[in-house]
Ligand binder design. Sequence first.
Ligand code: NIG
Ligand code: FE
Length: 411
Amino acid sequence: MKLLLTNIKELLQIRDSTIQKVSGSDMSHLPSLKNAWLLFEDEVISDFGNMDSCPKAMDSQKIDCTGKMVLPTWCDSHTHLVYAGNREQEFVDRINGLSYQEIAVKGGGILNSAKKLQATSEEDLYKQSAKRLEEVMALGTGALEIKSGYGLTTEAELKMLRVAKQLEKQYPITIKTTFLGAHAVPAAYKDNKDGYLDLVCDEMIPKVADEGLATYVDIFCEEGYFTVADTHRVLAAGKKHGLIPKIHVNQFHAIGGVAAGVEHHALSVDHLEVLTPEDIEVLKESDTMPVALPSCSFFLGIPYTPGRELINANLPLALATDYNPGSTPSGNMNFVVATACIKMRLTPEEAINAATINGAYAMGISSTHGSITQGKSANVIITKDIPSIGYLPYAFGSNLIDKVIINGTCL
Ligand code: NIG
Ligand code: FE
């Protein structure tokens, strides 16, 4: 099947297939073509060009994009989209003065979500998660990563990952899965964290790998959760079973987790709200993608990742939602891009690079996603009639998406 987009006001993020990520000052460029056409064939981008060379009399479906811009769909490299219920009550508790950490210490937080998830059937969990997935696809997300980590028992962790895999089967969107058994110490192991890590490393990781349920392994390296030594242990166990690290670090404290991630060749280190000069130096020597989650900072009222500093240090930066019931009950990448501009002082071009090609890199799919490149997946956002690309983050409260095409499927 062929689909031809014509009269595109501006076709954005055109990249050569050799570009896997963009760093530093290169992030301020968003290569584009004005007055363009774009052709999809069999779920991939087959060609594009200026309207002067538009294929004529072609046997294809056509979409006239007059006044509209076209860009790759968002690549959301960090979500916890599979979860049960919500944590609205904790939201109100925080409004009334409790902190996120105080709520967690009282048995709320991740443990609250784990209790709910354990009591939810796989079918129901699928239904709740599918609804969220449909919502984010309509908001322009064309590929996303989903973590486990609200199960905290072997069975419930596997259940989460099976649901994520099922979503991938049922929807055109690309989904990568991450095992995050070391998200919190469950109540049953309250005074026996090492016992829980034995379970994670000796039982959960081998099962997850055997059943092919995840590509990545993650851990919440943070005071009150897991230490740097725990991080080394879990990442090494994951790697033994072929799982690549992608970790939660430096959300509240810088305890050396970035260096641990880099040492294990983590694909990404995520959160980084608190970052030391040493962390930046360590990242400079690596291929690890720093990932900022600005809607988490927004929702919890915590500092924003110093993205400007990272880019000024000639590093790359990716943006993701962190969609989860506790710290970020939103999977809206448009809001993430706008918030990165408004609160982290990224330019619109930098934020779009961070949310497309660099997001793809942070989930290991930049050879198929994240840019307008021949042979990459037919994944694009067609905007409404907008004056310029900067208008997207500028008009942060408006839905400026006209259509979303994922793997050649027009939503
Ligand atoms: O990335 N920080 C750790 N994990 C999640 C939130 C967990 C929760 O509160 O449910 C995050 O923010
Ligand atoms: Fe997270």
